[in-house]
Structures are given as C-alpha cells and as structure tokens.
Ligand binder design. Structure first.
Ligand code: NDP
Length: 598
C-alpha cells in the first residue's frame, strides 16, 4: 500500500482502528494467559546461577528491602548515603538487577535514554556508553550501585519472600522466605515491580510440544549459543525457530533470532508501532559541560517535557519528548487561533491530531523499509500510539527483508494451537525445533503480587486494598507501620522513566528512617486522615481512551478496567514534576506532615 493510505481521514482512521480492535477482543480477556506454575514451573527456574545452600537467617536488620532491582537499589543507596548502615536486600534472583537480571534475551535494551534511565549516575561516577544502553550495561550499572553503596553485604539472593508480618508486640517486621529465614526488621521497603512474573500464552496443546521451549525472561543460551552481548547464536544455525509475540521484547530479540536461526517464524497477533531509534555512542563531548547536580536537572527536564511543560532545551531529545512536545505545541497553536478556547476545549483534538500524524509516519516507515508488500501491510499498527507500549528500533522491520525470516500474521486471531512438532496458525502447520515465548508478564498492583504483607491488625495488604490502593504519597500505608513502598502509583506516575520515581521516593524514605533513628522513635505511620485526604486529591485516569484501544495489558485485554485498577494507578493531579517538587519540600520541611511517630 502506498502513501494514499496515510491520507485516510480522521474518521476513516477511527473506523479502521475500531475494526482492528473488535477483531482482537476475546471473551476470556486477561484469562487467556497461563501462569508458569505446575507443569510449566520449570519455565521459571533461574538459568543464570546455581543456587547455593545456606543457613536460614533469624537475626535483625534495621531496614529490609524486598527486591534488588532499581527500586530496591535506589532505596538502599539513599539509606546508606543517609548513614543507615544496616540494610538487607532480599532478592529472588541470583544477583541484583531485577528485570535486568532476568531479561537477558539478545538485544535487550532500554527505550528510555540512559542519561536519565540509569539512576545514581553522579553518585557512582559513571557515564553511559550509548544514548540507549544494552541490557548487560544496565545490569552492570545495577551491580555498580550495589558495590558503591555496599549493598551486597548481607544480601539474600535466590531467596523469595513468602510473607511479611508486622509484630505489634516487638514493633518489628518478620519476613519469612522460601529458605526458612525469619528475618526481623524495624523498617520494611518493598520494590517488587508491577511486571515481573512471566505469563504464558494459553494456547491449546502448549504442553504437548516436544521440541525446546522457553520464555524470553529466562533465555536459554545453553541451547541457543551466543550471549547477551549479541554474539551470534550458533546453536540455532540449523534450527527452525518460532517466536510467539511481537511486543516490546520480541521487537528487540527478533533481529538477533533472524540473524542466527536457520529459519525464523514470527507469529504475530498485533503489530507493535516501531519508531526510529537513532542510537549513538556517547563521547566526552556529551559529558564535558556537565556540572554537579546535572542528573537531577536532566531528569526534571525530561519529566517536564513529558508532562507537556516548557523547558529552554530538550536535553534528552527522543521519541518520548517528541510525542509530548508535538501535543503541547498543537494545543498552544489552537488556543492562539481560537479566541476564547480553553485547554479543555482543545486538548483532546490536539492529542488526536498529533497521534494520527505520528501513526501515519510510523506506517509510512514500514512501507519505506519492508520490501515485501504483504509483509509491510501486516506490520502496520492500526491503533493509537499510546494504546500499546511504543517501540523504537532500527533493525526490527529490516529483519523481515531477510529471506529466512517468515512473518506469520494471524490477522488478530493469534496462534491456533501447538502440537508435538510445532505451531498451527491460519489453518497451516509449521514444524519447529524451538519455540520462544515472548508473551509478556502478569500485571499486578505492585506489592501484592508475590507474597502477603500483614499489618498491625493482622489484615493482609490484598484485603486492605480490595477496593483499590490507599497510601500517603504512594509510599506509606495507614495500618502498616514502618512500611515503605516504591512504585509509580499515587505519586508522580512517570511511566516513561520509571526509575526517576524510585530515586525521588527513596530520598523521602531515607529521610523518614533517619528521623526515627535520630530522634529515637520506634515507629512511623500515616494517619488515616492524611491518607484519605491524599487519596481523595489524586487524579484517576480517564477510562475513555484505553477503552477504545486494541487489547493488551494496558487495558485489561480490552475488557472494562475496574474502578479498583484505575484507582491503583491514580496520580498527583499536577503531574510528575510537581509531585517530585512537592515531595522534596515535604522532606526538607522536616515536619513529615501526615505521619505519626511514636
Ligand atoms: P507484551 O505483553 O507487550 O507482549 C506480548 C505479546 O504476545 C503480544 O505481542 C501479544 O499479542 C502476543 N501474544 C499473546 N498471546 C498470543 C497468541 N495466542 N498468539 C500470538 N501472539 C500472542 O510483553 P513484552 O514482554 O513484549 O513487553 C512487556 C513490557 O515490558 C513492555 O510493555 C515494556 O513495558 C517492558 N519492556 C520494556 C523495554 C524497554 O525498552 N524498556 C523492552 C522490553 C519490554 P497482542 O498484542 O495481540 O496481545
């Protein structure tokens, strides 16, 4: 198809988007996926480390941190920097890194620019090698933070928490793990992430496949050969490989599978939107003018532009800021051109027009790269860009020009079934040696996904939040003393740079612990009144945009998102930068308004 297609009217585009959405909505919605438990439990085993036996721990630590990803590391680093030495990380992986520990698939990298995504760059005196860095460099940085702040000391790896319970008598948290630990902690910090549990496509016959199969979050380099730095996977040279899924993960690993596999079959249900990556090495020229405090300046600049605000310069200058700036400038032009128009009048129109413009560019880009017309047609996304995770890549679309890479588009219906020897799609059987599952992750309200946390009254956090999350600042919870949570919700909710949320909350957590230690307080807890006031002040996301989106984990697979879920992703109404500034002032005032110390 040609450029004329990119000239569809806005109404025609909406019709096409609706048609494509309706094709994909399934009755079983989120229940179409399988948990990797029972007969699939082996798909969750850690392929990267041999778990070493050790004695259970029953001693006491000042702060226990569940999760050794960037959330836990930011908290640990800020606590150590505040002079709190006795900090214990508990992590199910064999090392720190979180998603960057588990996701070692070839090509793994972060879509957010390294100068803002990698936390604590100044504190660790590290400069990223590229604008967007590879997963292994990100993992190395996680290890660097742990070493710099002495967070390896006493850390419990290959250890999964089974329960955390507040003991009102001793005023301590008791944390039980699958290694028999019963660790006591005065404070508990949880940074367990919303998408850390792999899920499997619930495809009939998946258990029958006799070839090799693994999930992208547990890449089997023993089978494929190669490594996470992108070395050719020699083990696949004579193999017929199938990959199920074309989301953000698949987009990154498909170019590598395409280069290494005898034949690669890509089973596509919905294409991703693939914008330009434009990666480049960073050199001394990029760093020479940076002054102390530069990273927070960059972080706030990125967050400001992301939230539609103004800044003298776009320091990061990438696909994320491009989308936001386009919308912002359109709004301004419309307000100037329409006397009496308000922001509310023009916002939706400006958003729609910018989105149509961007998606037309993305579809035109497919035409300009993919040589086979029918493949190009099938690779075009027909939905609004923010309906699914936007992707940025400069080799993905090119993979489909490789004669040994076969796009098996299923026009929204997905893989039909799997049998002993391969995959059925569109009524045709594809014989395969290996199936790679790029089927994504379960999405949870953070902190209730992996284990239960019991507060002062013995109530579990899941029950406490049965009508939706309730917190002060997205950090403290009434009824759960000395507990801190690290996430996005009910705070800045800056989705385009997740780690920024962590580093700001961590500063507040360290200040609260320091206050207790300095003044000899045993506990801190938000008052019910302060928590309720905070929750009532938050902005709940508009259901309308996502309801009309093509199915995916952003919109509960096309099914109505519950009030509970919407509420659990509520945010500070004035946006992320305003929230970060508010939190900083709250800390610096040293009043800790809303908390009770005893
Ligand atoms: P996703 O949930 O985004 O993708 C799952 C894929 O599996 C989709 O393409 C889905 O199709 C497909 N699928 C599921 N069932 C079937 C079926 N029966 N037949 C065919 N296809 C099927 O998971 P990802 O792992 O790709 O990404 C998860 C998240 O991880 C991202 O959204 C992002 O937040 C994060 N990530 C971030 C990166 C970064 O740069 N920072 C890089 C990689 C991941 P359909 O779309 O039709 O549902």
């Amino acid at each position: 198809m040609s450029i004329t297609e990119n000239n569809l009217s806005a109404e025609q585009l909406r019709e096409r988007y609706k048609l494509e959405r309706d094709k994909r909505v399934r009755n079983d919605g989120p229940n179409q996926y399988l948990k990797p438990s029972g007969r699939f439990a082996h798909l969750l085993e850690d392929p990267y480390i041999n778990r070493e036996e050790r004695e259970p721990r029953t001693d006491e630590t000042t702060v226990a941190i569940i999760g050794g990803g960037f959330a836990g590391l930011c908290a640990g680093a800020r606590l150590k920097a505040a002079g709190i030495e006795d900090v214990t990380i508990i992590e199910s992986g064999g090392d720190v890194g979180g998603v960057w520990y588990w996701n070692r698939y070839p090509g793994a990298m972060c879509d957010t620019a390294a100068m803002v995504y990698l936390p604590l760059l100044e504190e660790t005196n590290y400069f990223p090698s590229e604008k967007y860095v590879q997963g292994f460099e990100i993992h190395e940085h996680a290890k660097r933070i742990a070493s710099t702040f002495n967070l390896y000391e006493g850390a419990l790896f290959s250890t999964s928490v089974e329960e955390a319970r507040w003991d009102e008598r001793t005023k301590r948290w008791i944390i039980k793990t699958d290694r028999g630990d019963e660790l006591k902690a005065q404070f508990l910090t949880m940074g367990t992430g919303p998408i850390s549990k792999p899920k499997l496509p619930g495809i009939q016959g998946i258990e029958d496949f006799k070839g090799h199969m693994f999930h992208t979050a547990r890449w089997d380099y023993d089978y494929t050969g190669g490594d996470r730095t992108g070395q050719r996977m020699e083990g696949l040279a004579d193999k017929r490989v199938g990959i199920i899924g074309t989301g953000a993960t698949a987009v990154q690993c498909i170019p590598h599978l395409s280069a290494s596999s005898g034949d690669l079959y890509v089973f596509q249900r919905t294409p991703s939107s693939i914008d330009i990556r434009n990666n480049r090495p960073l050199t001394n020229d990029d760093f020479k003018d940076l002054q102390p405090g530069w990273q927070r300046e960059w972080l706030l600049n990125f967050a400001t532009l992301q939230s539609g605000g103004f800044a003298d310069k776009d320091l990061v200058k990438d696909g994320w800021t491009d989308i936001a700036i386009r919308i912002r400038d359109r709004i301004i032009n419309k307000i100037q051109d329409t006397p009496g128009a308000s922001l509310d009048d023009v916002w939706i129109e400006a958003f729609s027009e910018s989105d149509d413009e961007k998606m037309n560019e993305i579809r035109a880009r497919v035409n300009s790269i993919v040589t086979d017309d029918s493949a190009a047609e099938a690779l075009k996304p027909w939905y609004r860009q923010l309906c699914k995770r936007p992707c940025f890549h400069d080799e993905y679309l090119q993979s489909f020009n490789n004669p040994s890479t076969h796009l098996i588009d299923t026009d929204g219906s997905g893989v039909e079934r799997i049998d002993e020897t391969g995959i059925w799609a569109n009524g045709q059987h594809y014989e395969l040696d290996c199936i790679v599952l790029a089927s994504g992750f379960e999405v949870h309200i953070v902190h209730t996904a992996h284990y239960e946390t019991y507060g002062k009254s013995g109530e579990s956090l899941s029950d406490h939040w049965s009508d939706g999350m309730k917190s002060l600042h997205g950090i403290n919870i009434h009824g759960f003393p000395n507990l801190f949570i690290l996430g996005l919700a009910q705070g800045g909710n800056l989705v385009a740079n997740v780690t920024h949320n962590f580093s700001e909350s961590s500063t507040a957590i360290a200040a609260m612990v320091r206050e207790c230690v300095d003044k000899g307080y045993e506990t801190l807890e938000p008052t019910l009144e302060a928590e309720t006031q905070w929750v009532n002040s938050l902005e709940v996301q508009d259901r309308g945009f996502l309801a009309n989106c093509t199915p995916g984990y952003y919109n509960n697979e096309g099914h109505t998102t519950t009030d509970r879920d919407l509420f659990s992703s509520a945010r500070y109404p004035e946006g992320s930068v305003a929230f970060f500034n508010y939190l900083q002032e709250w800390v610096e005032s040293e009043d800790f308004d809303g908390l009770t110390f005893t």
